[in-house]
Design a protein around this ligand. Structure first.
Ligand code: SF4
Ligand code: SF4
Length: 71
């Protein structure tokens, strides 16, 4: 199965959590330890090595701030 690498436009995230729900591998979470320029807990990936590069997260993000690379 393909691996993927996901990057977020950190400061554009509004913490809506839709990408968290969309990820079949459940590796995205809202980082409660960080606050971005908009004042939200931004989405991040915990175990990137488990990403399958499906891009569900990128398709779900209403602000299109997620980039998925297939490795
Ligand atoms: S590309 Fe797929 S597996 Fe990887 S973080 Fe996004 S939804 Fe999860
Ligand atoms: S769907 Fe987009 S805006 Fe919403 S939490 Fe995920 S990255 Fe942030």
């Amino acid at each position: 199965m393909a691996n993927g690498k996901v990057t977020f436009d950190y400061n554009s995230c509004k913490g809506c959590g839709l990408c968290v729900t969309a990820c079949p591998k459940k590796i995205i979470f809202l980082d409660k330890e960080r606050i971005n320029l908009k004042g939200y807990n931004p989405a991040t990936v915990e175990k990137m090595e488990e990403c399958i590069g499906c891009a569900n997260c990128a398709m779900m993000c209403p602000d299109m701030i997620i980039t998925v690379e297939r490795l």
